[in-house]
Design a protein around this ligand. Structure first.
Ligand SMILES: [Zn+2]
Length: 320
């Protein structure tokens, strides 16, 4: 190699290095675009998982909705399973991936049910015998609290604001329900319907005594259709009322019941145990038992024509 050739090679190397330095400097000091942050905080999962899901046969749309619906653990679990068609489930707001197998089993046994009903009923543990799975209630003071055969109040729970009903001072309700209840009584009276409350707040111990008394008369499976086990009675919330017509000792006349069906929701009360509700609530029809949930929710429950149990799972339950 001649001296001249060596010089040319060195020159070329120097030019390359110099150009490289210039490019680096240009890169470093050029104005940078801020990456646009995703404003919605969704659990974002790894690109690698996206790829693995695509390979399993999930479409891009499915993967997008899976990302929104499933937490990290659930996404991990999904990766270990063969493709599952979750498209219809992902349209359902109260769908829980953890219960997927339960939904499928229940669906197979109840083929006339819609998938929405399958999901809601399994969430409410209706795929099991009543009282088999029991969730302890964590929000007993909320007026939307769900108390049923699978949701139990603590034995020590006593509402903090029990207040005598002004026109029936021997009976107590949560303070929040008092005015609306008095208004309901007054409105009914104007229409010639005289209503008399006869059982409102009941303590855990009182309910226990009542249930035990019934057990001496009837077998348990029968008692369970008309009396709540202790901790499972809405009366312990101070938001339930048993009401009767003045001409009846414990229930409503047909005319008065009709008035209640048409009007009670306007004052925030729903008729909790109707004949149609029996498969969901597990109680025989109780025209006399009303429950306060506030005007807004009561109007929606009546409009949707569903049980409060279903309404709670669909619209109130924060774990959905
Ligand atoms: Zn009752």
């Amino acid at each position: 190699m001649t001296k001249r050739t060596k010089e040319i090679i060195i020159l070329i190397i120097l030019v390359i290095i110099f150009t490289g330095i210039l490019l680096l400097l240009f890169w470093e000091f050029s104005p940078k675009k801020e990456p646009i942050e995703n404003p919605i905080e969704e659990p974002v999962y790894l690109e690698a998982n996206d790829k693995a899901l695509l390979e399993k046969g999930y479409s891009k749309e499915e993967i997008e909705s899976l990302k929104k619906k499933l937490n990290e653990n659930e996404q991990e679990k999904l990766l270990k399973l063969p493709y599952i068609n979750l498209k219809e489930y992902l349209e359902i707001s109260n769908f829980h991936f953890a219960k997927y197998e339960e939904y499928e089993a229940y669906k197979a046994l109840n083929q006339t049910l819609s998938l929405q009903d399958v999901v809601t009923q399994v969430n409410l543990h209706l795929n099991e015998p009543f009282y088999q799975t029991i969730e302890q209630i964590k929000n007993p003071e909320e007026i939307t609290v769900l108390v049923n055969k699978s949701h139990q109040l603590d034995a020590n729970y006593i509402p903090s604001d029990l207040t005598p009903i002004p026109s029936f001072p021997n009976l107590k309700l949560r303070n929040v329900a008092i005015n609306d209840f008095e208004e309901l009584l007054a409105a009914a009276k104007l229409d010639g319907v005289i209503l008399i409350p006869y059982s409102t707040y009941r303590s855990y111990e009182y309910q226990d005594g009542l249930y035990q008394k019934y057990l001496q008369r009837d077998p348990q499976d029968k008692v369970d259709t008309y009396s709540a086990r202790p901790g499972h009675s809405e009366h312990q919330t101070g938001l339930a009322i048993d009401i009767r017509s003045d001409s009846h000792w414990s229930s409503l006349t047909e005319k008065d019941y009709e008035w209640m069906k048409q009007n009670s929701y306007k004052y925030g009360f729903i008729i909790r145990y109707t004949k149609d509700n029996q498969p969901i609530t597990g109680y025989k029809e109780e025209p006399w038992h009303i429950r306060y949930i506030g005007k807004e929710h009561a109007a929606k429950v009546v409009q949707l024509n569903i049980t409060y149990d279903e309404y709670y799972d669909l619209y109130i339950n924060k774990t959905n």
